[in-house]
Design a protein around this ligand. Sequence first.
Ligand code: G6P
Length: 367
Amino acid sequence: AMIGKGEHRHFMAKEIFEQPQVMGDTLNAMFNPAERTITLPDLGMDLKDISRVTLIGCGTASLAASVAKYWIEHVARVPVEVDVASEFRYRCPPLPEGGVALFISQSGETADTLAALRYAKSQGQRVIGVVNVPESTIAREADAVLPTLAGPEIGVAATKTFVSQLMVLACFSLALAEARGAVAPDRVAALSAALAEVPSRAVEVLNHDKRIRDIAADLAEARDVLYLGRGTSYPLALEGALKLKEISYIHAEGYAAGEMKHGPIALIDETVPVIVIAPSDGLFEKTASNVQEVVARGGRVVLFSDAAGIARMGDTALYAIEMPAVDPFVTPLLYALPIQLLAYHIAVHKGTDVDQPRNLAKSVTVE
Ligand code: G6P
């Protein structure tokens, strides 16, 4: 069937606004609300036997993998290796027995990701595809599939498939944690319940659209933009910078907030906007002191945090966007949305071809 943009100017905007629905659909395929339990599709193996996880993807999918590394290590206490497919496939890393490797890909056709899957399979890993296209090559060659139920994504820059990948990976983390007895059952239930609240919380977040559009107008002339975060907000900083580069052609860099002093701090002055992703989690105070270093050098801070974080740090920011207060486990699923909107509105302001950015392809099936 023909897919239209509905009321939106671009597919990217339509797909950003579909995210509450998409996250709900993806979760509902695995979540039992009455019992607050998560059941994965059959992976052909006992989850409790998994002693090591490898997560591989390209582009935005590799950043979903990077978020999941924090989740899996934190709740399931299983060591995780994460890499981009184009490095992994030629590095030929040793992969110990009992390992499972997840290949994350919207299209299921990315050449490097497919080659990485074939390598992992040859090394005796159980390979799982996390794909949005069920009839894709990666889906067919994998031992099992964890589907992202995002529906067709037309915008070249991934949006709804990213949060759908995150939802699948969050469920995988919790199922693994439960099977291994790594956390108390009521903690798994509480985190599952927090996931179940994400779609309605995401609707609240999207209500900031107009405010973010105004901020975007102020940032659109920047030549460089820096994104900072710690923990799971670090890969989100990378994703924010990637989205901005892809569609607005502004140079942007994502950095672990604690690494800023080892390089990017040299760039900061009043012309460099600094986007700070800082939910009030256990790392908040650490990020807050990095923000002070930015402000002391005249940097213009755009802060994404919750009410408590803004109360603590809002004065130092030029702009602050108030996010819902949620369990830190689920923040990546929500903070992904305003960084997409920011990139989107900056690109629209600059008049670039948002859905079909220059030099980029939706699916990269050649090396
Ligand atoms: C291209 C797209 C990106 C995407 C990446 C991986 O670069 O422009 O949006 O993240 O490929 O694609 P995949 O289909 O494997 O998720």
